[in-house]
Design a protein around this ligand. Structure first.
Ligand code: NAP
Length: 271
């Protein structure tokens, strides 16, 4: 077992990649604090983890709320008395209806004429609230949780932090400038903190997945998914299990010489 007797806190673990990472870590002997914004999804994953025989506890909170995050870490320590691994995974990716339609029209035009003169009209029409909420969940949330975790990990002289970036941080994704900016910020944050705390025995790395088939892609049409698969050298979208395997590698001693790195399970979509 690669994570025997370790304790992890995983944000956004009520769905998709976070849930799969929680199940993967639990199979390797890890106890899991399960964060999600919706208590019912956190509870459901805790039940799944306990059914596997793992120790697990629900830690519902909005990671964009620094006070709530502070309280969540206090509850985590009350429940587990330890924290070895933090996975900053919680996230959203919301495309407005008009952006989705414009993006579809752009793709259709490219398919039929080989070029497009359209714009997705995402940045020009984006409201402040949309922009701020995306950055708050991804970037503020990653900062708030990391800040709390470091207080515990520095005291222990050991720790492992994994931040969820995205292909969007490497290439930018059309139609989601907010998401692309947040994910690029997470990568910069990862490298800065990695340099800051490696001397205290804490490794910080990031994962930048390509397109993975999870509920996050609910707004992505079948046509877009086909286009993405066609552009991906591997010819398909990724699975949550493939990202969870990357997280397990980074969380375990197998990656003992990896510091401030961005691993990219993306089927070759970006090399
Ligand atoms: P998902 O299935 O939607 O899971 C994300 C989870 O985070 C959901 O349960 C969501 O709750 C929760 N969440 C949202 N806002 C939160 C908040 N403020 N506080 C706590 N939890 C919150 O999506 P996923 O695909 O697993 O995505 C997980 C991470 O991977 C995200 O950071 C995403 O950007 C990243 N990622 C995904 C892909 C992909 O293709 N799927 C690719 C690259 C990177 P709600 O359902 O209520 O919103």
């Amino acid at each position: 077992m690669k994570l025997k007797s370790k304790v992890a806190l995983i944000t956004g673990a009520g769905s998709g990649l976070g849930r799969e990472i929680a199940l993967t870590f639990a199979r390797e002997g890890c106890a899991i604090g399960v964060n999600d914004i919706r208590p019912e999804t956190a509870d459901a994953v805790v039940a799944e983890l306990r059914a596997l025989g793992a120790e697990a506890s629900p830690l519902p909170c909005d990671v964009a709320d620094s006070r709530a995050v502070h309280k969540m870490f206090a509850k985590h320590m009350g429940d587990f008395q330890s924290l070895d691994i933090l996975v900053n995974n919680a996230g959203i990716a919301h495309m407005e209806e008009h952006v989705r339609k414009n993006a579809e029209a752009m793709l259709q035009e490219v398919i039929t004429t080989g070029r497009t003169t359209r714009s997705a009209e995402a940045t020009k029409l984006m409201e402040d609230g949309h922009w701020r909420r995306t950055l708050a969940i991804h970037l503020d949330g990653t900062f708030y949780c990391t800040r709390e975790a470091l207080k515990i990990m520095e005291f222990n002289g050991w720790g492992n932090i994994i931040n969820m970036g995205s292909l969007a941080s490497q290439t930018g994704i059309m139609g989601v400038p907010d998401y692309s900016a947040a994910k690029a910020g997470i990568v910069g944050f990862t490298k800065s903190v990695a340099r800051e705390v490696i001397g205290r025995g804490i490794r910080v790395n990031a994962i930048a997945p390509g397109y993975i088939d999870t509920p996050l892609l609910v707004e992505v049409s079948d046509l877009m998914k086909q286009m993405i698969a066609a552009q991906t050298p591997m010819g398909r979208l990724g699975t949550a299990a493939e990202v969870a395997a990357t997280a397990l590698f980074l969380a375990s001693d197998d990656s003992s010489f990896f510091v401030g790195q961005v691993l990219a399970p993306n089927g070759g979509l970006y090399m």
